[in-house]
Design a protein around this ligand. Sequence first.
Ligand code: NAP
Ligand code: ZN
Ligand code: ZN
Length: 348
Amino acid sequence: MTTTTVAYAAHTPKAPLERTTIERRDVGEFDVLIDIRFAGICHSDIHQVDEGWDEGIFPMVPGHEIAGIVSAVGTGVTKFRAGDRVGVGCMVDSCRTCDNCRAGNEQYCTGSGMVGTYNDTGRDGLPTHGGYAQTIVVDENYVVRIPEGLSLDVAAPLLCAGITVYSPLRHWGAGPGKKVAILGLGGLGHMAVKIAHALGAEVTVLSQSLRKKDDGLKLGADHYHATSDPRTFEELDGTFDVILSTVSAPLDFGAYLSLLKTDGALVNVGLPEEPISLDLFGIVTGRKAIAGSLIGGIAETQEMLDFCAGHGLGAEIEVIRADQVNEAYRRVLRSDVRYRFVIDTATI
Ligand code: NAP
Ligand code: ZN
Ligand code: ZN
């Protein structure tokens, strides 16, 4: 048995998204039925609709930055009840028994692998569909609570953009006494600036131009430089403990490694569609590291939401109607977003 909900879907790779209907499973014993209010648009949605990473599952309903209200719960649910303000991020299941799942790193599940919120196959064998829709049914263990102090629209992007930068900033020790550079001031990058600043680090934005400098400083950056200006690389040589790259396109990482101190780390969360090449002298000289990070675990996502609420941090958003989603995709591709589009799902 299923129930029908309205959604926005791409029916084939690269196709514009259109209004459609999809089926959601009935609320099972441990499931939460969520009335979705807002869904953020992540650049990963575009990579997947365009099959830039891999073959996709179509029709595809993107959306893994979901904020809404619980409207029903299964008989075995203990963590949530109707009326609760909740969020769902990039995963809706995992094996729950491997070492990583037990350690709260479900995103690195080595058992059956994490189940993506959309463009994936659930443990029931059915395709998963994401948040550009009015309802979703999710196991309670993959649902998080949105604290009272955060409104649902500015909270939605935290479910991917927020956790994707919070997790590595914490892991690589961004905090007092640390010089942290955020590369790319888009959806992820602007949350990285806010969170790194709130963690007490000295924050520098490295953006393609100085076009967004005033915004960057308001978001909490101490310094702002354009990567199109060669003087940036002369002035900042050997400066940073950590560089967090949120860039969606292939970059010359070699040039950025020179900006790290000895033992510094270039931590990458961006997922460009093409590989990069690298001159390994850049890491050997100065014992530098290149690392990566994928979203964050469920408990850590809750920790991030509580941290953001405690520091009054939400995303900077432009709320759009569902029929504006294709134009929003084009604007994200032009780096013309300040700083996250969020769909008001009532308009679907
Ligand atoms: P976004 O809003 O489009 O931001 C990306 C930023 O990268 C742009 O604002 C731009 O910043 C910079 N950029 C874009 N093209 C560039 C180019 N050719 N050269 C240099 N800089 C360029 O995207 P997002 O939603 O933040 O996502 C960023 C990337 O992270 C995507 O690839 C996405 O798939 C990936 N992602 C990864 C994870 C994970 O778990 N690891 C999670 C979510 C997203 P400036 O205008 O400031 O230069
Ligand atoms: Zn995302
Ligand atoms: Zn697992």
